[in-house]
Design a protein around this ligand. Structure first.
Ligand SMILES: [Fe+2]
Length: 268
């Protein structure tokens, strides 16, 4: 179990960064956007928000090149917070882990943050855009939870375990959510599940567990669309405040000059 350095019994401020889709060439285009520039545009607002921790939820790279991971590590390093990372379908774990050592590279990865346990899982399946977990993955997850005395649990993965009502990405969801939720439902300390992959803000609830999807730092889609439809509000990331009482607040950070003029929304 990895404890976060300097962790005290206080609200834990986390920024979830997802789907950066940075390529070997920093000028490369992704859905009409420049991923490097868009990630850069979020860094000042991330630094101003002063997080305790950064959580990268996959598709950090578009092409799994060492150069792309090195640039994302350098950029996110300027925020000045420890960084946890998990892979998406575009990532290559054996390359990614050299740049992001704290992650689920040998099974689920757990880290204590105050009374919370943050559990990162690798939902990727080689050669597939969709995600999956094996029985063994979930048994290791179960053992990890049973071995922890944390009061509350946040689970992070790349693929959405529930439909987000966007057919273009729901085709590539977690393929066996029943197995996943069978294990989630065993432990009432699980308060929150968050993922990337969907390139849009998403909030829901299942059996009292809060469910969240994070927007992309590269390019987002308008919600509930049949095809990817660029959201002109631009890049974004999610913030969480995990309370010492198990409560959480969350919202979205956008660049200060965002066309919507909104830098955050707060959901209790
Ligand atoms: Fe993805």
């Amino acid at each position: 179990m990895t404890p976060l350095s300097g962790c005290k019994r206080k609200t834990q401020k986390i920024i979830q960064i997802s789907d950066c889709h940075v390529s070997v060439d920093c000028r490369a285009d992704y859905r009409g956007q420049n991923p490097d520039r868009n990630l850069q545009s979020l860094l000042p607002v991330m630094r101003a928000w002063d997080p305790d921790l950064l959580l990268l939820t996959g598709d950090v790279s578009e092409d799994a090149s060492p150069a792309s991971y090195a640039r994302v590590a350098a950029m996110t390093g300027t925020v000045g917070a420890p960084l946890l990372a998990l892979p998406g379908n575009h990532d290559l774990p054996k390359v990614m882990k050299k740049h992001f050592p704290l992650g689920p590279w040998d099974g689920p990865f757990a880290c204590e943050a105050g009374p919370w346990l943050l559990v990162l899982m690798d939902s990727t399946a080689r050669g597939s855009i969709a995600g999956t977990f094996s029985q063994q993955d979930m048994e290791r997850f179960d053992r990890l939870l049973r071995g922890s005395s944390a009061e509350f649990v946040l689970v992070a993965l790349h693929h959405q375990p529930v439909p987000v009502n966007s057919p273009w990405i729901d085709r590539y969801a977690l393929e066996n959510p029943d197995l996943f939720f069978q294990f989630i439902d065993r432990d009432s300390r699980v308060r929150c599940i968050t993922w990337g992959h969907i390139h849009q803000d998403f909030c829901s609830r299942r059996h009292g567990v809060r469910l969240f999807g994070a927007p992309s730092t590269a390019a987002n889609s308008l919600p509930q669309t049949r095809r990817f439809t660029l959201d002109l509000a631009g890049p974004a990331c999610r913030w969480f405040e995990l309370g010492v009482d198990g409560g959480l607040e969350t919202g979205i950070l956008q660049p200060a000059q965002s066309s919507t003029g909104k830098t955050s929304q707060r959901i209790k």
